[in-house]
Design a binder for this molecule. Structure first.
Ligand SMILES: C[S@@+](CC[C@H](N)C(=O)[O-])C[C@H]1O[C@@H](n2cnc3c(N)ncnc32)[C@H](O)[C@@H]1O
Length: 377
């Protein structure tokens, strides 16, 4: 399998890494966290017992341990990165004795099987692939009718604080050539930020490698984009965080209504500002507010990557102009987020680059990755 052009796999294989390791020494806590996620997705632990499960991109396998402990009859895991497969094998053997699992080294897009599965999992894989909609349709094609696909989305608003950190990081390691030295310097720089994130089970160096240094290839993938890609083939079952509201009377969900996910897309545009800041619980806003926030955040995302790819520069002045527009938009709707933005604005406006100006910014994280489950027809 040539890994040269495969997103994620090329970067991970080049460095011989899998930066998704988690501390699961407190296994009960890890199981509780994962079962909470599955509950949000409408999947009781019993769904996995005796089921056939296919997982794309298990990474280090730490999450697969919990799926394995829930007792599937058959568990196939597909990944293109040898260190991922080695780590997954190790942890499944260590924690899930007697589990019937198989590992397959393959590009996910090249994976073929006539077998259909009860549950297909694809976590932290689809956004930034070259063509996320086609990738999702491929992944979902292995679900048996009535089975469930679980996937993740990341979009410019949920990821904005991380993209802004990425932009800051660029300057901090511009003069460092050794990869490990870059990681060490950035772990140090972002230590206060990471300390402000409760429940973080990922290693700081893995976050730096994956979110700051990983040269992402393709575009992000929002919930509306994902549901549009699946069309009437998938019906939304759940999401985490749970904010997709369906007020329809169940008796009206028949015929074409049963294939209609527009309630979820509407919820996204009414409640989406909540994705920008994990500290807030905001009421519904006009959809135009979320659309505008997406537009500005997308421009920032494009600018950050244009600079990384050596394309037309994205100057501090341009960045400030986007940040100020966003700050104005959020002032009334999400004041806490606007204050954090202001903290970054102060830092960038001053030539002194006073780290103390960043204090409020460092507390700000988005609801970076959202999980969605869909029942496939
Ligand atoms: C970011 S990690 C996610 C790991 C795990 N699912 C998690 O959420 O912690 C992505 C994993 O998917 C694999 N992967 C991503 N894109 C792939 C592709 N196109 N073909 C094969 N494997 C891929 C990577 O090698 C890596 O192990």
């Amino acid at each position: 399998m040539a890994s040269s052009k495969i997103p994620f796999v090329h970067f991970y294989s080049t460095h011989g890494i899998i930066p998704t390791r988690q501390d699961i020494s407190d296994l009960d806590r890890h199981v509780e966290r994962r079962c909470a996620l599955y509950r949000h997705l409408g999947l009781s632990p019993g769904v996995f017992r005796g089921a056939s499960v296919l997982e794309f991109g298990p990474g280090s396998g730490h999450n697969a341990v919990v799926t394995g402990l829930l007792g599937p009859d058959r568990y196939l895991l597909v990944d293109g990165n040898p260190p991922s497969l080695q780590s997954t094998k190790k942890v499944l053997e260590q924690y899930c004795s007697g589990l019937n699992f198989k590992l397959r080294r393959s590009s996910i897009l090249a994976f073929r099987s006539r077998e259909k599965f009860d549950v297909v999992l694809c976590e932290a894989v689809i956004p930034t692939q070259k063509n996320p909609p086609a990738f999702l349709r491929h992944v979902a094609s292995f679900v048996r009718p009535g089975g469930v696909v679980v996937f993740t989305c990341m979009d410019p608003i949920s990821l904005l604080p991380e993209m802004l950190r990425r932009w800051l990081a660029w300057k901090w390691v511009e003069d460092v050539s050794d990869f490990n030295d870059k990681v060490a310097r950035l772990v140090e720089f972002f230590r206060p930020d990471l300390a402000a994130l409760p429940g973080m089970s990922r290693r700081p160096e893995d976050w730096v490698i994956d979110q700051i240094l990983h040269p992402w290839v393709g575009p992000l993938f929002s919930i509306p984009q994902a549901l549009t890609a699946l069309g009437s083939r998938g019906a939304v079952l759940g999401c985490s965080p749970r904010f997709l509201l369906d007020w329809r009377w169940y008796k009206s969900i028949v015929g074409s209504q049963s294939a209609d996910n527009s309630f979820a897309i509407d919820s996204y545009y009414e409640l989406g500002l909540n994705l920008m800041d994990f500290r807030v619980r905001l009421p519904q806003t006009r959809p135009s507010v979320v659309r505008r926030a997406v537009e500005i955040s997308q421009a920032i995302y494009d600018g950050v990557f244009a600079r990384e790819r050596g394309q037309a520069g994205f100057s501090r002045r341009q960045m400030l102009s986007h940040l100020l527009s966003l700050q104005k938009l959020l002032r009334d709707h999400s004041p806490k987020t606007a204050r954090s933005l202001h903290s970054l604005v102060l830092y960038l406006q001053s030539d002194m680059r006073r780290e103390s100006d960043l204090a409020e910014f460092r507390k700000w994280w988005g609801r970076g990755q959202q999980y969605v489950s869909c029942i496939m027809r």
